[in-house]
Design a protein around this ligand. Structure first.
Ligand code: NDP
Length: 388
């Protein structure tokens, strides 16, 4: 049976790689819904190639462009955030690939779960902000949350066949980013051009900066906590610059299982879409003898403060992770626009965590309010007007 896929964020890095996976197996998968924020040009190209049932452009100003370009095509065109929430509920959708970036992915993911759709989850911010709510909803609607993040896919793969064996510890690997060996002093001079050059992975701008600050790893610690029911004490981060071991699980007999592979996001995307089946793929294979050696070291939470902040937020819970996520979204956008320096990202994140009011048992509404309040806090703190 062909699985019909909705890709939230089809114009982004994960979205485009998901479409490449669909290209490989046209008899198994069909693009049913494609969505973008503002990139109408790429969305139109994708719509003409894949002929989905519908496309959604979140930015309503881009609606006329998409509508006119697809006039006469059998593709429905919608616009706006409300359309995103509605489209994922469509009866013709089997799997929703949550590949939008940031807090914006939360609302459509919730609607998709409520509609009983399987979720292939790339948008880790959804779990960082509202992991309690998302995991409870997924359990209630018996919806699988299939990890797309390579580390979480690795853990998920290591846990197959281990139902009787509770894991003792998760070991999350981190590439360490482009500034692994950069001194605190030199980090002050880092530009966005430097920071956007990740040593192992080609990704969207926000996650690339998050990888350089280790915020991404911190978010992954929280994501792993929610996906696999692990406490912060059970999740260890180890820097592994080659990005060959994607993560490991340790069991109570001391055995450690790892998942290895060449860095290629199409593998975890493919596994999330085809789970529990592994589909054949002709991509180059791992050659350990040629690699020779792999390296490991402890992360430096002094130079990369965001990782420590993530553990702190995870331990306190409530809206503190939401504050960290919102502050980080705002500070990364400000760094990319040249308004702040690289080390200010973590400083602003920490300040927001100390300054914005927290709530111990938040509702969805509380998360929305906290997000807005935190972004406002960051812009006001710098004397700037808010984002578009
Ligand atoms: P990109 O920035 O490349 O793509 C983001 C996608 O989301 C684009 O399609 C973008 O549209 C859309 N989008 C952004 N903001 C909104 C909004 N407000 N409303 C609607 N759509 C929006 O990001 P990535 O693909 O790199 O990452 C996506 C998610 O996957 C992130 O949460 C990231 O952490 C996670 N992830 C990514 C990995 C990677 O290798 N890239 C690896 C593991 C996880 P437009 O193009 O119009 O801007």
């Amino acid at each position: 049976m062909t699985k019909r896929i909705a890709i939230l964020g089809s114009t982004g890095s994960i979205g485009q790689q998901t479409l490449q996976v669909l290209d490989q197996y046209p008899e198994l998968f069909q693009a049913e819904v494609l969505t973008a924020n503002r990139n109408s040009h790429r969305l139109i190209e994708q719509a003409l190639k894949y002929r989905p049932d519908a496309v959604v452009i979140a930015d309503e100003q881009e609606y006329p462009t998409v509508r006119d370009a697809l006039a006469g095509e059998p593709v429905k065109v919608y616009a706006g955030a409300e359309a995103l929430r509605q489209i994922v509920q469509h009866s013709s959708v089997d799997i929703v690939v949550a590949a939008m970036v940031g807090f914006a992915g939360l609302a459509p993911t919730i609607e998709a779960i409520r509609a009983g759709k399987a979720i292939a989850l790339a948008n880790k911010e959804t779990l960082v902000v509202a992991g309690d709510l998302i995991t409870r909803l997924a359990a209630k609607h018996q919806v699988p949350l299939l990890p797309v993040d390579s580390e979480h896919s690795a853990i998920f793969q290591c846990l197959q066949g281990e139902v009787m064996n509770p894991m003792e510890k998760i070991i999350l690997t981190a590439s360490g980013g482009p500034f692994r060996n950069t001194s605190l002093k030199d980090l002050e001079e880092v530009t966005s051009t430097h920071a956007l050059q990740h040593p192992s992975w080609q990704m969207g701008a926000k996650i690339t900066i998050d990888s350089a600050t280790l915020m991404n790893k911190g978010f992954e610690v929280m994501e792993a906590g929610w996906l696999f029911g692990a406490s912060s004490a059970q999740i260890e981060v180890v820097v592994h610059p080659e990005s060959i071991i994607h993560s490991l699980v340790q069991f109570r007999d001391g055995s450690v299982k790892a998942q290895l592979g060449l860095p290629d996001m199409k593998l975890p995307i493919r596994y999330a879409l085809s789970y529990p089946v592994r589909l054949p793929d002709p991509a180059p294979r791992l050659d350990l003898a040629r690699l020779g050696c792999l390296h490991f070291e402890a992360p430096d939470t002094h130079r990369f403060r965001n990782l420590a902040l993530a553990y702190q937020a995870m331990n306190q819970g409530g809206t503190l992770p939401c504050i960290l996520n919102a502050a980080n979204e705002a500070s990364v956008a400000l760094f990319l626009s040249g308004a702040i320096r690289f080390p200010q990202i973590a400083r602003l994140n920490e300040e927001a965590m100390e300054s914005v009011a927290t709530c111990p048992e938040p509702t969805l509404e509380d998360y929305h309010q906290t997000h807005t309040e935190t972004v406002r806090y960051i812009y006001q703190r710098l004397g700037l007007s808010g984002p578009r």
